[in-house]
Design a protein around this ligand. Sequence first.
Ligand SMILES: [Zn+2]
Length: 109
Amino acid sequence: MPKKKQIDPYVCPNCGTKVEKAQKTWQLVSPLPDSYGRITITVMGSFVCPNCGHKWKSVVSKIKAGGSSVEIEGKKGVKKIESKDSEEKANEGEVIELDLSDLDEDEEE
Ligand SMILES: [Zn+2]
């Protein structure tokens, strides 16, 4: 597996200040399914640094949905949720909120 450079989307690229949460998040849905027939939903966030005022956008997480499982790729790694194993969902610590009303906005910027 190639080693990916870890970039924390919550750290200001200008001064390195850790930001608690994104000002705004939205989803970009890839229209093309991957080799498993899953659709990739990229969750983007816009951030404003409380220290220096720098603004930036970054990928907060990626969700792969479809087939028999859902894969959530976030800063803590990739989580795979098998749909037949419903107990595992309840044990997931990190909750990623999806605002489905944003999906229709088709916001690129
Ligand atoms: Zn900053």
